[in-house]
Design a protein around this ligand. Structure first.
Ligand SMILES: Cc1ncc(COP(=O)(O)O)c(C=O)c1O
Length: 384
């Protein structure tokens, strides 16, 4: 006789419906690794459901990064997600693509590159890393110069300037090397303001950083730093390793990183070309104008941002006696729009009639042709 046991608890996971399986009914430890494994479908469902509480990136006007790319590029990203960028010997084509990006961007910034030369630069995780590398290079150059001259080392001087603030400043005279933080503006000015001399056309500009993930139109995780010439990046800072095969020169703060963002940047550069970037930046600017005009037409806001420069709209309330920009931000959040409100820095109070708070949004997300989602300043709005 065959005895069979009918399981009263019906704990067969294969038949349990998604939201009745024990994996979704038992609480997972929050800060400790669970003892037991769970099926991949359950892991996916649990995490996916929790992430639903995040904001929607496409409606996030507070982010300064790209939130939409073409499906073809998404595919390239997924295809290369398992490549460690630093394994240059194993992935020489990826290295070649980063070099092409460096050269394209250097030419965009008018680096003085001779016919038989290649540009000097490196892909980074973002502008923050890029700025640190540029600062390190400049400091080391200053140290070496001082040592060679037998000088007593005092403090190094590097002028770090924010791009749209820098343009228009008279920087003639003096001999202070300049690093330009063109995190956003580096992918705007070459297309919208080609006559603006802010880049390597100025002899004192020794290095420039730009965020690939801002107006470079790539998802978060890529920036660039470009040096004027080999002389501006001291050789002793370049880290040479050969344990993976051939000599691999690197100059980044982190060793390993993904390749996808580099490949995605290359995709955007060749897919859009100068024409495509120009169209998107123009469209962002048109959208900013529409948003600005609509906003001003309500009669309730003072527009703080300028019409030129980075395409964004920053505003304060004319009358904040009954509610503040923080209330506006909160109410927009109810409709899933994320528009940041923030306190102005002390020395920018004059730009707000209502005190020291403002809100802002860049209109690129609603753009008709742009793949870039909305962004806005999370700090003080810029004075382009
Ligand atoms: C002017 C400026 N520099 C640097 C950064 C940092 O850039 P990233 O987020 O690419 O590290 C930002 C970010 O918004 C920025 O606006």
């Amino acid at each position: 006789m065959v005895l069979s046991h009918a399981s009263s608890s019906r704990d067969d996971d294969a038949v349990a419906s998604t939201f009745a399986s024990r994996y979704v009914r038992e609480r997972l430890p929050r800060y400790r690794m669970p003892e037991r494994s769970i099926p991949r479908e359950a892991a996916y469902q649990i995490i996916n459901d929790e992430l639903m509480l995040d904001g929607n990136p496409r409606l996030n006007l507070a982010s300064f990064v790209t939130t939409w790319m073409e499906p073809e590029c998404d595919k390239l990203i997924m295809d290369s997600i398992n490549k460690n960028y630093v394994d240059m010997d194993e992935y020489p084509v990826t290295t070649e693509l980063q070099n092409r990006c460096v050269n394209m961007i250097a030419h965009l910034f008018n680096a003085p590159i001779k016919e038989d030369e290649t540009a000097v630069g490196v892909g980074t995780v973002g502008s923050s890393e890029a700025i640190m590398l540029a600062g390190l290079a400049s400091k080391r150059k200053w140290q070496t110069r001082g040592r060679n001259r037998g000088n007593h080392m005092t403090n190094p001087t590097l002028s770090l300037v924010l791009m749209f603030r820098f343009a228009g400043r008279n920087l003639q005279g003096g001999n202070v090397p300049i690093h330009v933080d063109a995190a956003s503006g580096g992918f705007i000015a070459p297309f919208l303001y080609p006559e603006l001399e802010w880049d390597f056309r100025l002899p004192l500009v020794k290095s420039i950083n730009v965020s690939g993930h801002k107006y470079g139109l790539v998802y978060a995780g890529v920036g660039w730093v470009i040096w004027r010439s080999k002389e501006d990046l001291p050789e002793e800072l370049i880290f040479h390793i050969n344990y993976l095969g051939t000599d691999q020169p690197t100059f980044t703060l982190n060793f390993s990183k993904g390749s996808s963002q580099i490949i995605a940047q290359y995709y955007q550069l060749i897919r859009l070309g100068f024409e495509g970037y120009k169209n998107i930046m123009e469209n962002c600017q048109e959208n900013a104008a529409i948003l600005r005009e609509g906003n001003a037409a309500t009669g309730r806001f003072d527009i703080l941002s300028k019409d030129t420069g980075v395409p964004l709209v920053a505003f304060s309330l004319k009358d904040s006696s009954r509610f503040s920009v923080f209330d506006i931000s909160e109410n927009l959040r109810r409709f899933s729009w994320i528009v940041p409100a923030y306190t102005m820095p002390a020395d920018a109070e004059h730009s707000s009639s209502s005190g020291r708070t403002s809100a802002g949004a860049s209109p690129s997300g609603s753009s008709r042709t742009s793949g870039r989602s909305c962004t806005s300043w999370t700090r003080a709005p810029p004075t382009p």
